[in-house]
Every structure is written in C-alpha cells, then in structure tokens.
Design a protein. Structure first.
Length: 413
C-alpha cells in the first residue's frame, strides 16, 4: 500500500512492485474513504490489501467477478474467512514442532494442531475488520457495474445471501474481548494503581522512569488526559493557538481538522468528535505555559510549527517535530511497566468519566444535567448513546445504595 500526496492532501493506493495501481477500482474505493482519519484510512487499506492478496493467490479477480455477476461462492468465502483469522505472514504449511509431526499419539497431534492455530490466530477485532472490509468492497464494486433497477434478481439474491452471511460472521466475532469486562462499580484504574501513577509521573519523583528532558512533557500529557478526558488524537494535535484563558477560566479548544497541511507527521492525528472547549485547571495551564516557553521553545526546530508537544530527542532525526501518536503510546507502555499495570490513553478517558460521576453525585446533580454535560465534555452529539456506557456505573451504584438503605431499614425493624 502506497501513500502519496496531491494538492497537499494524502491519499492511499494499492500498487505493484513498480508502484503501478494493481486495480484502478481498488484505488478509487480507497479514495472514497478520505473523510476518515489517516490512521483509519491506512487500516482499512491494509484490510483491503489482505483480501486482494488472498484472492489473487487463488486466481480470483474480484472486479471481474463483479462485472460478470459471478459473485464469490460460499465455499470461496468460507476459505477466506478461515484464512483471515490468521496472521498475515502465516503459512498453513508451517509446522511449529516438526519433531512430533509423525507422532502416533492422536491426542498429542490434536494438541499440536490446536496450538499451531492459536499461535497464528489474530484478534477477533482484526478478523472482523478483514471480513467487514471485504463485504464493503464487494458491495461497492457491485454498485459500480449493476443498476439497482435492471439488475437480474438471481444476482441480487446471491449478493444478499453472501452479505447476510458475512454480517452474521462479523457479529459472531464481537466476543468478550470487545465488551466491557470490569464490574460496574470498579474504577477504570484501581485506586492503588491510580495513586501510584500520580506519584510516579511527577517530574521530581525518584521513581519517574523517563529521562529528565521528557519528564515535564510526559507529566503534562498524563495530567491533560486526566483533567479533560480528551482522546489521544486530540492531544497530539493540540497547538499553542488552541489555548484559551479568560475570566471564565482556562481551557483547550478541541476541534476536528482532517489532513492538516501544516502537520509534517506521516500519521496525522485528529479529533474524531465534534468541537468543544475542554476545561483545564489554572495551575495546569500555568505549568503548560511554562513548558511551552522554557522547554518546548528551546528545542531546535520547535518554532517551525505551532504544535505544543514535540519530540525532544533526535534519535530518528525528529527533534523539534510534533510528537507522534505512537510516541504517546510508547510513553504509556513505559509507565505500565513501572506500575505493573496496563495503561493506555483511552483508559484515562474512562477514568475521567469515573471521576466526573463521583463529583456530580457529590454535588447532587440531576441525571439529565450529567448526561448533557458529559456529552459536551466528550465531544459527542446530542443524539449519541455513548453516555449509556458510563451511566451504567452511576446507575449501579445508585441501585446498590437504595437497596442497602432498604436492607438497613428491614434489619432495624
């Protein structure tokens, strides 16, 4: 998959070794996805590339099939479904333990075969994405060559049958790993881990795992996540001009800006939800301004752009450039090792919601106000149902409190 720029915009194409598009329809389809973030476009392109490689290895031209109306058979799709559950580099002919390949013990052979499959298996999310991308591409191809009014009924029936099978498979892959697994009353981060994180991330902490030049920057990143609940992409694209401070307080202007031409990063981060102001504690704003003036602006190359957080090392020639989203992930991996607990940026977004719930309950705020305030702070639309995920925790605690009060009354009587 090749990334290229035209008219200051980034595009993707699936090409051969001579950088020529392997199928113009695949390139056109990828260009219909430009309203997504670049990282999302790249992921969708990778999923399509995986499908095209597989069918090419089987001598199947998906475009030709769509033109002729001879769609994938159930057998052909089932073979792809099984293949898409494996790592991209996995070969079905590989033997993990050839020493026991000819073992006469059938149970041992079954165990080895099962182990080989588990080693090569991808996550349900990856598997589901590959199925979903093939379905979307096949339906898009069908629309390019067949008029919905004049298309033969048997061809449309075949497509509908195949589509329904793929949708059912996608839904079956929404397993426990995609669902919320923590108890409704549990915090996103256990209290003891949370307190330790707050201590470790302080720039003067003897347990801080980062180099001195990165400590203040990393402290601010964690603190802003906790103070605002914004996403990783929104933080990575923050600019000095996005800071707001007036009589009403301090805040950050969070807004979507697809494919910002002033951003030199290959993977340009973006805010995927609607624009809003994220409130910031005055003390944190003061620290952020100190970082910009006395740390960031002293890094060579940082004054060439307006992005707040920059790379302070030059190991890959990126000193002074805007901090990559991947570097933020790496920072959290380092912090996770110190805390012996897996942390990631989105977990702090969940933690912000937990803290928000506790504060709202303490102030006896109404459920309607809490829901509206949460939608604004998270950048969700008025019709979003995302609040249900977080409201469950507060509802569960309320139910427990009511039942506990009732039980106390019964016991007293």
């Amino acid at each position: 998959m090749k990334r290229y720029k035209w008219n200051k915009k980034t595009f993707f194409a699936i090409v051969d070794k001579f950088s020529c598009p392997v199928d113009p329809y695949a390139s056109v389809y990828l260009n219909t996805l430009t309203h997504f973030r670049l990282s999302t476009q790249s992921r969708y392109g990778g999923e399509l590339l995986f499908a095209l490689k597989y069918f090419n290895s089987k001598g199947i031209d998906l475009t030709e099939r769509a033109v002729s109306g001879k769609l994938l058979t159930m057998s052909e799709y089932t073979s792809y479904y099984e293949h898409s559950a494996k790592n991209a580099g996995h070969s079905s002919n590989e033997k993990v333990v050839p020493l026991f390949a000819n073992s006469e013990d059938k149970s041992l052979r079954n165990i080895l075969a099962s182990n080989t499959f588990l080693i090569s298996k991808v996550s349900n999310g990856t598997h589901r994405g590959r199925i979903h991308r093939l379905r979307m591409y096949l339906n898009w191809l069908f629309e390019q060559f067949h008029d919905p009014i004049s298309v033969r009924q048997n061809i449309e029936d075949q497509l509908n049958k195949l589509t329904m099978k793929m949708i059912a498979d996608e839904q079956s892959l929404r397993s426990k790993e995609d669902q919320q697994t923590r108890h409704p009353e549990d915090d996103a981060i256990p209290p003891e881990i949370f307190c330790k994180m707050l201590e470790v991330i302080r720039p003067i902490s003897p347990n801080n795992p980062f180099t001195e030049r990165n400590r203040l920057r990393n402290y601010l990143i964690v603190s802003i996540f906790l103070d605002t609940g914004i996403r990783r992409g929104a933080l990575a694209k923050l600019k000095c001009s996005d800071l707001r401070s007036d009589q009403s307080g301090s805040s950050l202007w969070i807004y979507p800006h697809h494919d910002d031409s002033s951003d030199p990063r290959h993977e340009r981060p973006n805010q995927k939800t609607k624009s809003h102001l994220a409130n910031l504690k005055p003390e944190l704003m003061d620290t952020l301004l100190f970082y910009i003036e006395h740390v960031r602006n002293e890094v060579p190359g940082a004054l060439n752009h307006d992005f707040i957080f920059v790379s302070e090392s030059n190991s890959r020639g990126t000193q002074g450039q805007p901090l990559a989203a991947k570097s933020i992930n790496d920072m959290f991996l380092t912090l996770s090792k110190v805390l012996n607990h897996r942390l990631h940026p989105h977990l702090l977004r969940h933690m912000w919601n937990d803290i928000f719930d506790d504060k709202a309950d303490y102030q006896n705020s109404t459920s309607g106000w809490i829901e509206d305030a949460r939608k604004y702070a998270m950048g969700w639309s008025a019709n979003s149902t995302m609040t249900d995920t977080y409201n469950d925790r507060r509802t569960h605690k309320k139910v427990r409190q009511i039942m506990q009060k009732h039980q106390d009354m019964v016991d007293a009587n």
